[in-house]
Design a protein around this ligand. Structure first.
Ligand SMILES: [Zn+2]
Length: 427
């Protein structure tokens, strides 16, 4: 290209960039005609209008109470049911390829966030393995053009060797600007040493000093009580060794600590003893990592899982977890839907939909299940000023369904469309 035409071309580009974006008034979109379940305790509204501008909800309510401005784009949703986007309070992002971990990359973060969104999971709290690319993704998501799941991160799962090491690692987490600190207090069914109390106490004390909350992976009731005593802020798995007691309920309620069941994590530890029926569900196949699926279909792997004592113990643990979920929910402990998806064989997006069904099977009503996966999960993760319900000023993250999930929670599978910040997610 000659220098004159190069000059003219760049002048034209400069002109375009000055005049085009700034002078367009923000486009308003009106989603009309759907039944809207806004995620609050209010009743569903039939023939509702949702007005969205700049990625956020401007108004939502019965059609006769919401004025659609002239020139608004209209998206007709008659016959559909709209729910808030699902919030997964315990996932993992960016680290897995096929059956292997340790592949953290920006591309894998982006892939995972698109997968979650395709299934209506519009927010995921990643509880560990997060690196700079996850932080960058989180920091880039406060934009009206977002079209993938929102991400919040814990950084690495901390495994300090001493109280002094605990302080150092928490300070590194804080410098990295994580959203929560994550530790494991578990002996993996008696096979590994458990983090000592003086170490997790040091983690929690330092985290609180830095204004950070602490999420704890655990298995046993005694550990759950001990970490609560030490000030833990989030119980990241079900108690699976025994039934929770009234003392535990009281401890959870005293500080309003949330409980994250991750029932599908348990399922993933034993279900591949044979080929699960959902491997042929088109909804699953559409976004599943087929390398993982192929590996899980291998007879040798299935036989090993069928013979595994670990698998059998986690299977029994799931039954305990189901009963504990019901008891804690009945007792008024806040439940945050979470799955522990992201590691190999724990399929993002599809597992969250199954988790909702599992929670209903454990005895929760569809309304309770939906609340735990939207408003309550957002509250538990301190995201509720902007997420979790469909109310003015919140981000317009929602799922359009072909049927009402309050009639049958399995209707969350009947996804017609997913919107993040009012933008249709590709699926
Ligand atoms: Zn986890």
């Amino acid at each position: 290209m000659k220098s004159t035409s190069l000059f003219l071309a760049s002048a034209a580009i400069a002109l375009l960039s000055v005049t085009t974006p700034a002078q367009q008034p923000a486009q308003t979109t009106a989603f009309t005609g759907a039944r809207v379940i806004d995620g609050t305790d209010r009743a569903s509204v039939d023939n509702a209008t949702i007005l969205v501008r700049d990625g956020r909800i401007v108004a939502v309510g019965a059609a006769n109470g919401v004025t659609i401005p002239d020139g608004a784009r209209r998206v007709p949703l008659a016959g559909k049911t709209v729910i808030p986007g699902l919030v997964n309070a315990h996932g993992h992002v960016g680290n897995t390829v096929g059956m292997e971990q340790g592949h953290y990359s920006a591309a894998n973060v982006s892939r995972d966030l698109s997968t979650y969104a395709a299934y209506g999971v519009t927010t995921v709290f990643s509880l560990g393995d997060d690196q700079a690319a996850g932080i960058a993704a989180r920091d880039a998501q406060r934009t009206p053009s977002l079209d993938r799941a929102r991400l919040f991160v814990a950084g690495p799962v901390l495994a300090p060797k001493s109280p002094a090491d605990a302080v150092k690692l928490v300070d590194e987490d804080a410098a990295m600007k994580v959203d929560i600190v994550k530790i494991r207090v578990d002996d993996n069914l008696g096979t590994t040493p458990k983090m000592a109390p003086e170490i997790y106490k040091a983690v929690i004390a330092e985290a609180h000093k830095k204004g950070l909350r602490v999420a704890v992976h655990l298995f046993y009731l005694q550990d759950a009580k001990a970490v609560l005593d030490a000030g833990a802020d989030f119980i990241a798995h079900s108690v699976r060794d025994t039934m929770v007691d009234d003392e535990f309920v009281a401890m959870m309620k005293r500080r309003n600590v949330c409980y994250c069941p991750t029932l599908m994590r348990e399922v993933s530890t034993f279900v591949y003893e044979s080929t699960p029926s959902w491997f042929s569900d088109p909804l699953f196949v559409k976004h599943a990592d087929m390398a993982a699926v192929d590996a899980l279909k291998q007879p040798a792997r299935q036989q090993a899982m069928a013979a595994s004592t670990t698998a059998r113990r986690y299977k029994a643990g799931l039954e305990v977890a189901n009963r504990n979920l019901k008891k804690l929910s009945d007792s008024g402990v806040p439940i945050a839907m979470g799955t522990d998806t992201g590691p190999p064989a724990r399929f993002q997006g599809y597992f969250e939909l199954m988790e909702l069904e599992m929670m209903a099977k454990a005895g929760l009503t569809p309304r309770q299940v939906l609340a735990s996966a939207t408003r309550d999960a957002a509250r538990c993760m301190k995201l509720d000023t902007e997420l979790g319900t469909l109310e003015p000023n919140k981000w317009a993250d929602f799922v359009v369904l072909d049927a009402d999930p309050l009639a049958d929670i399995s209707n969350v599978r009947k996804i017609s469309a997913v919107y993040v910040a009012g933008n249709a997610v590709s699926r």
